[in-house]
Design a protein around this ligand. Structure first.
Ligand code: PLP
Length: 396
């Protein structure tokens, strides 16, 4: 018997565990310190009323023989939710058919599971710094990973290098951890490169709903040629507070064919074999996100987070600190002052301002010297944290 030894190649993920350990140690030694956490990547506002009502109604339906539901439809999502998602895309000038939409329990599962349909011989191109799931899921399969540098020079938005040959390309826009967003022209460069190389782009749009500027693309399918080369991953987690409720969707266009095979058909085969669908109750809750009232209510929550992002971004501008994000993203990615290293800056903020953030070094080598603050916290706490940071940084 042999285990999958590729798992032994994974780097231990110490980032959030180390943060928790340091914060707990500091709190034990300083029990009166009021620590504010701006490191969290989880939402804090509750599900909106429209979603809650839909969830309750669905629970009631499950209690009555005539409306009870067992297994969901084989084609990965109830029509009422797929119709709502399809309509949402029409709002971004993207036309999809229901068969191209696959409802799931979230983007993380789909980002990992999609690799089942690709050969382990494929070469993967991943930006650095990055959401660690892209790297780890490929290491688990033993795929060769190439990194592309995201850095201050390119605004943390790397563009294709024609000399590099890759089969699978990960793009995340708006980006976690950097908050940077690709514009249409930049995404077009990626789409053209992928089509030329016969590569496939795995486009993570988990944060599309934070885009404020209508001229920025919220879906890669807004770009000509993308349906021939891209799979898009979306999530209700950050859009509507579903991090604990679990729902997302992946789009695999009809046009996407490699090796003469439809990737949509392969993904359907993979999902129908290994996944029995998302709870009816949860899908009902997710569909409520797209009603006019649901949209209004989630926009209030998104607005709350974006106001926090603006508060943090304004403080960075005031202090003359270089940063990306905060405008179309809940993440602010800042350059540590005085050329400090990420973890040194973490310790300084914890000890001298009692504020917790995430050291950029935890997201890849290019994250060293940078730091991530998030807008998912409480409004008052965010303002207080920002004041403390300003006071500290103007005194050093
Ligand atoms: N993609 C990115 C870039 C994320 O930051 C996250 C969560 O933080 C996910 C995907 C996971 O989303 P989900 O909760 O739908 O699994």
């Amino acid at each position: 018997m042999q285990i999958n030894r590729c798992y032994l190649d994974l780097k231990d993920s110490y980032l959030f565990a180390t943060i928790a350990k340091k914060v707990n140690a500091y709190q034990s030694a300083n029990p009166n310190a009021k620590i504010i956490r701006l490191g969290i990547g989880d939402v804090t506002l509750p599900l909106c009323k429209e979603v809650i009502t839909a969830l309750h109604e669905a629970v009631e339906e499950m209690s009555v023989k005539e409306t009870f539901r067992g297994y969901g439809p084989d084609d990965q999502g109830y029509p009422f939710l797929k119709d709502a998602i399809r309509e949402y895309y029409v709002g971004h000038n993207v036309t999809l058919s229901n068969e191209e939409i696959f409802v799931s329990d979230g983007a993380k599962s789909d980002l990992g599971n999609i690799l089942d349909i690709f050969s382990k011989d494929n070469v993967v191109l991943i930006p650095d710094p990055v959401y660690p799931v892209y790297v780890d899921t490929n290491v688990m399969d033993g795929r060769k990973v190439l990194f592309m540098d995201a850095n201050e020079e390119n605004g943390f938005l790397p563009l294709p290098d024609k000399k590099v040959k890759a089969d699978l390309i990960y793009l995340c826009s708006p980006n976690n951890p950097t908050g940077a967003v690709y514009n249409r022209q930049q995404l077009k460069e990626w789409v053209d490169y992928a089509n030329e190389q016969n590569a496939v782009i795995l486009f993570d749009a988990a944060y599309e709903c934070f885009i404020q500027d209508k001229t920025l693309p919220r879906s890669i399918y807004e770009i000509d040629g993308a349906k021939n080369c891209a799979i898009e991953f979306c999530s209700f987690s950050k859009m509507a507070g579903f991090t604990g409720t679990r729902c997302g969707y992946t789009v695999v266009p009809n046009e996407l064919v490699r090796d003469g095979i439809s990737l949509k058909n392969l993904w359907l085969r993979r999902q129908t074999t290994k996944f029995n669908g998302v709870a009816y109750i949860v899908q009902k809750g997710a569909a409520a996100v797209f009603t006019p009232e649901g949209q209004k209510q989630i926009k209030e929550n998104l607005g709350y987070y974006m106001a926090n992002a603006r508060t943090i971004a304004a403080a960075m501008r005031e202090m003359g600190i270089w940063f990306t994000g905060g405008e179309h993203s809940p993440y602010i990615w800042l350059k540590c002052p005085n050329n400090m290293k990420s973890w040194d800056f973490f310790d300084l903020l914890l000890e001298k301002a009692n504020v917790v953030g995430t050291p950029g070094a935890g997201f890849g080598k290019n994250g060293e010297g940078f730091f991530r603050l998030t807008a998912f916290g409480d409004k008052q706490n965010t303002s207080e944290a920002v004041e403390r940071i300003k006071k500290l940084l103007t005194s050093i």
